[in-house]
Design a protein around this ligand. Structure first.
Ligand SMILES: Cc1cc2nc3c(=O)[nH]c(=O)nc-3n(C[C@H](O)[C@H](O)[C@H](O)COP(=O)(O)O)c2cc1C
Length: 180
C-alpha cells in the first residue's frame, strides 16, 4: 500500500481476533513511529507496550474511568500501548519558560503525531489500532510504573482486526479547508 492508501484505509479497530502480537512486532512499529516529527526533535514520546494479560486487564478494569466501551476495547485487543510523554520539554526553553503563547500545548501535539505515526506504521504491518482518550491518566501511570517526569498522553489498543469497519463520514472539504 502506498502512503495515501495507508492514510485512507487506517481505521479505528474496536474488534480484534485472538491472535497474539509479539514484542518484536511492537519494536518494529515503534522504530518506524520514532521517525515522527517532534518539537525541536526532542522525541519526548515513550511507548509502554503491555503484552502481559494481567496488567492489561488491570488497566481495563481500573484505568478507564469505568467507561465500558474502552474496557472492552482493551480486553478485546491482544496488546495495549500506553503512550507517555516526558513532561516539561516540548514547547519550553532551556530555562524552563514557555517558548510560545501556547504554553504546554506542544507536549500533547507531539504525542498526537506520535500516536498517528504509530497507528499508520501498525496498519502497514497488518495490525489494527485504536487511540483512546478516555482513561484515568494517574491510575494508568501507577499501574505501568511510569517514572517521575512522565505522564500518560493516550492509550492505543493493538491487535489483528476482526473485520473491516467503514470509515465514519468526514465533513465536506469546503468546511475544513479555507484557501486564502
Ligand atoms: C485523541 C483521540 C481520542 C479518541 N478516544 C477514543 C476513545 O476513548 N474510545 C474510542 O472508542 N475511540 C476513540 N477515538 C477514535 C475516534 O472515535 C475515531 O478516530 C473517529 O471516530 C474516526 O474513525 P477512524 O479512526 O476509523 O477514521 C479517539 C481518537 C482520537 C484521535
Amino acid at each position: 500500500m502506498n502512503l495515501k492508501q495507508g492514510i485512507e484505509t487506517r481505521r479505528s479497530i474496536r474488534s480484534y481476533t485472538e491472535q497474539k502480537v509479539t514484542a518484536q512486532q511492537i519494536r518494529q512499529i515503534v522504530e518506524t513511529a520514532q521517525m515522527a516529527p517532534s518539537w525541536k526533535n526532542s522525541q519526548t514520546a515513550r511507548y509502554y507496550a503491555v503484552l502481559d494479560a494481567d496488567l492489561k486487564e488491570r488497566i481495563a478494569a481500573e484505568g478507564t474511568l469505568q467507561f465500558s466501551k474502552n474496557m472492552n476495547n482493551i480486553r478485546n485487543a491482544a496488546a495495549l500501548v500506553v503512550l507517555a510523554s516526558e513532561n516539561g520539554v516540548a514547547g519550553y526553553n532551556p530555562d524552563g519558560s514557555f517558548t510560545t503563547g501556547l504554553g504546554t500545548h506542544w507536549q500533547s501535539f507531539d504525542a498526537g503525531i506520535a500516536c498517528q505515526t504509530f497507528c499508520l506504521a501498525a496498519h502497514d504491518a497488518g495490525l489494527g489500532t485504536l487511540i483512546m482518550g478516555i482513561f484515568a491518566p494517574e491510575k494508568v501511570a501507577e499501574l505501568v510504573g511510569l517514572p517521575q517526569g512522565q505522564s500518560v498522553s493516550a492509550l492505543i489498543a493493538v491487535g489483528y482486526a476482526a473485520g473491516e469497519p467503514q470509515a465514519p463520514p468526514r465533513k465536506p472539504l469546503d468546511e475544513v479547508l479555507t484557501v486564502l
